[in-house]
Every structure is written in structure tokens, then in C-alpha cells.
Unconditional design. Structure first.
Length: 205
């Protein structure tokens, strides 16, 4: 059984990656998170792009543990804010990972933007770094519109504010989709799907 470290303590991201592995029929690969390995100093995410930050996290994890490490850096880009929050999404309100505060601030910033100009998208860059130094970086994007109020109990981050283009007709936010629906449509699902050949190779090695 090969082990793959996901450079995250987010249980929902871990479950999402496990679903992708299972859906691809990959056996012999155990996905673990940072809570399952000895603590190590995590490097600050100082990159200018999602790809930069994903590589910082994946390289750090592979170096510290000797395991192949997969890291995701993702966020929301809002057209009316010239692509922001972008790489600052998780700490947009000044407190890292405070979803409610981040959502409230974003809504306030675009409160006067009309419905036809509320376009935006989620972006996910995933980096897979092996202990031998080989690296794979992929990117997924998910376009939609920013709602005027949060909706839905599922997901995390900005999901309650985002109505994907492929679901607008059904009138649902990303937080109103069930996990399987979200996996098939989302930015991270699209990025992880591109990594399936590399993950299969890991399981076979």
C-alpha cells in the first residue's frame, strides 16, 4: 500500500481527494492528511499565483516526510474586483480560514455591482511532488456568478456565494450541490481528474 500525503488539515478536502481516487478505481493508495504525520514547519504561502503556492506546500511536505505530497491552492476570483481575492481568498478578511467573515466582506465589496456583472470563478492549482523531485502541476477552473446572499449547507469557503454556470438553471449554489455533483463540476474536481494518471502510477509503484 502506497501512501500519499495531502498537505492539508481540511477533512473535506481529504474526503474529496479520496472520492476522486475511489471513483477512478485506484487501489493500493492510502490518502492521509497532515494530522497523520509528525508536525513539521510549514513554509509560508508567499507565491504570486495559485501554482506557486501549491508547489511551496507540496515541496515542503515531500521534503519533511519523504512521502509523495499533493497540495492544492485554490480561491475565488471576482471579475468586478479585477480577479481578487485570488490567492488571498482564505485570508481576505484578515483572519485565515474565517469563512463567514470572508463571505461577508466579499458581499459588502460588490453590494452595488449589478447582477449582469457579478461573474467570477473558482480556481484550483494542484501540485504533486514526489520525493525524487519529480513534479506535476495542474489547474482547474469553475465559472459562475456571485450571489447576493449565502445559500446552502454543504461545501466550505465561498461555496454558499457561488452559483456555477452549469447549475444556474437549477438555481443552486455550490453549497447546495451534493458531494458527487460538486466533484464532477468543481475547479478542484477538474484539477484532480488531470492527476489521475499520476496517482495511478503512484499506486502501482
Amino acid at each position: 500500500m502506497s501512501r500519499l500525503l495531502l498537505a492539508s488539515r481540511n477533512a473535506k478536502k481529504l474526503a474529496e481527494l479520496q472520492r476522486v481516487v475511489d471513483a477512478a478505481g485506484i487501489t493500493g493508495l492510502e490518502v492521509i492528511g497532515l494530522d497523520a504525520v509528525p508536525e513539521f514547519p510549514e513554509e509560508p504561502e508567499t507565491g504570486a499565483t495559485f501554482e506557486d503556492n501549491a508547489l511551496i506546500k507540496a515541496r515542503s511536505g515531500a521534503r519533511a516526510t519523504g512521502l509523495p505530497c499533493l497540495a492544492d491552492d485554490s480561491g475565488i476570483t471576482v471579475d468586478a474586483l479585477n480577479g481578487m481575492p485570488g490567492v488571498l481568498s482564505a485570508r481576505w478578511s484578515g483572519r485565515h480560514g474565517d469563512d463567514a467573515a470572508n463571505n461577508e466582506l466579499l458581499l459588502g465589496q460588490i453590494s452595488d455591482v449589478p447582477d449582469d456583472r457579478r461573474g467570477g470563478g473558482f480556481v484550483s492549482a494542484c501540485a504533486l511532488v514526489r520525493p525524487d523531485g519529480s513534479e506535476v502541476v495542474v489547474r482547474g477552473e469553475w465559472r459562475g456568478v456571485i450571489l447576493r446572499e449565502p445559500r446552502g449547507p454543504n461545501g466550505f469557503g465561498y461555496d454558499p456565494l457561488f452559483a456555477p454556470d452549469d447549475e444556474v438553471a437549477a438555481g443552486r449554489s455550490a453549497a447546495e450541490l451534493d458531494p458527487a455533483e460538486k466533484d464532477s463540476l468543481s475547479h478542484r474536481g477538474k484539477a484532480l481528474a488531470q492527476l489521475v494518471p499520476a496517482l495511478r502510477d503512484l499506486a502501482d509503484s
